[in-house]
Design a protein around this ligand. Structure first.
Ligand code: EPZ
Length: 423
């Protein structure tokens, strides 16, 4: 196992290039199961989770060839319908094969994803949507068993849950509906850019989807889809993480390249409120931190609101911001595992229900800390960049699931950071 070691206090200067979006490539690779023929997907990030999806697609009988930041997937004949526990339990996004298998084969058996440290993450909306399309669904022995002997049919589906829309439920239902008879409407659909990228990919394969990116998606079913060629959008969460990194230390000047500033509006608005200088072009954002920061109030919401996947990172910034910042988590009310580790570094964060009250401190002090999930580990690295002395972030396998070579990218910006084997 590796750990990441950081000596804090170094100003960050220069440019960083963002990789393809993890949360776009995973459902898009699953969607390739819907097509006859080969799909080639470019600009994919080199991540643990992409490796897991490759394994899963191969177990399902697809031919998968990996290239440098590209993958070719051919889901010809002989597809299997069982997505096994040993793979699905390691990556929740595996549930995305449920819709495509059901639509393509008329049956699917997908292991239930199981628990997650960021909160209870049920899949009731996925199952509700697929049942509306005519699937018979049972849960047996820890597996979702779905059957549509006569194929799937159109439906009007309201996909709103207790925390608003669901990204992967929208993805699963949309992928199933593209081969259903008739025209389906998904109301209260999620609007995330990753879903728009998925719908664009499906339309290139011959699907007829409209309204993606809005809360009402219309899907006119077709008989079959063909392989296609597609490039993945940049990762807005990785981009946001580096934008916050550029704001952590006074005197820093970081340009984030190959990103879409439109996708980070909510974060950029908060950084400007905090007093950070932001300059945008069509595909880059320059972050300059000159003066003292000002406290902010942040509430996480479905897109285009402030993303929950940047909550821990903006909290890391708030820990070194004079005054009191308030961060409210509306998507995963318990997503605060990083708080105790940040407080080990000398921050003053207090939890009140689903809000964190952050009293800014002058300095954080470097310490050994434990990563608990992907975004929490990114926040600990950001805190380590600003802390006095040495920080060791343990269990960085969480990080490798969603960030490509983060320590190399930060080191190229002037950070004193490296990866070492655990003692
Ligand atoms: C996606 O997960 C992302 N994962 C998550 O990113 C992200 O945190 C989340 O969307 C919210 O933005 C991928 O895209 C692979 P949801 P997803 O369904 O689709 C509740 C990361 O760090 N809900 O939109 O699983 C759910 O419990 C990961 O990259 C139901 O109640 O999230 C949550 O409170 C972590 N029933 C809320 O909705 C359901 O059937 C939003 O979850 C589905 C969800």
């Amino acid at each position: 196992m590796d750990k990441i070691v950081i000596k804090g206090g170094k100003k960050l200067k220069g440019e960083v290039t963002i990789s393809g979006a993890k949360n776009a490539v995973l459902p898009i690779m699953a969607a390739a199961l819907l097509a006859e023929g080969t799909s080639r997907i470019e600009g994919i990030p080199s991540l643990q989770d992409v490796g897991t999806m490759v394994k899963l697609l191969r177990v399902l009988g697809a031919k998968v060839n990996l290239f440098d930041h590209a993958v070719e997937i051919n889901a010809g004949n002989g597809l299997k319908s069982i997505a096994p526990y040993h793979l699905v339990s390691t990556m929740r996004a595996s549930v995305c094969v449920l819709g495509p298998l059901l639509a393509r084969l008329g049956r699917a058996e997908v292991s239930l994803p199981g628990g997650c440290v960021i909160g209870s993450r049920p899949i009731d909306l996925h199952l509700k949507g697929l049942a509306s399309l005519g699937a018979e669904i049972t849960i047996e022995h820890g597996y979702v068993k779905a059957r549509a002997k006569k194929g799937l049919h159109r439906a009007d589906i309201y996909l709103g849950g207790s925390y608003g829309s669901s990204v992967l439920a929208t993805a699963n239902v949309m992928m199933a509906a593209v081969l259903a008879r008739g025209t389906t409407y998904i109301e209260n659909a999620a609007c995330e850019p990753e879903l728009v990228d998925l719908a664009d990919f499906l339309n290139k394969m011959g699907a007829r989807i409209n309204g993606h990116g809005s809360h009402l998606i219309q899907i006119e079913g077709v008989d079959k889809l063909m392989g296609t060629h597609h490039s993945i959008i940049p990762d807005r969460i990785e981009a946001g993480t580096f934008m916050v990194a550029g704001a952590m230390i006074r005197g820093s000047d970081v340009t984030v390249r190959n990103c879409n500033p439109e996708h980070n509006h909510a974060l950029l608005d908060k950084l400007k409120q905090a007093g950070v200088a932001v300059t945008k072009t069509a595909d880059s954002v320059r972050i300059r931190r000159n003066g003292l920061l000002k406290p902010v109030e942040v509430t996480t919401l479905p897109y285009p609101g402030f993303p929950t996947d940047l909550q821990a990172q903006i909290m890391a910034l708030a820990t070194v911001t004079p005054g009191i910042s308030v961060i409210t988590e509306k998507i995963y009310p318990d997503r605060f595992i990083h708080v105790s580790e940040l407080n080990r570094m000398g921050s003053k964060v207090f939890l009140e229900g689903s809000s964190a009250i952050v009293h800014g401190v002058k300095h954080l002090s470097g310490a050994p800390v434990m990563a608990s999930d992907l975004r929490a580990s990114a926040a600990l690295i950001l805190a380590g960049l600003a802390a006095e002395g040495k920080t060791e972030v343990h269990r960085v396998y969480h990080l490798d699931r969603g960030y490509e070579r983060i320590e190399e990218k930060l080191s190229a910006l002037g950070a004193s950071i490296g990866r070492e084997k655990e003692d």
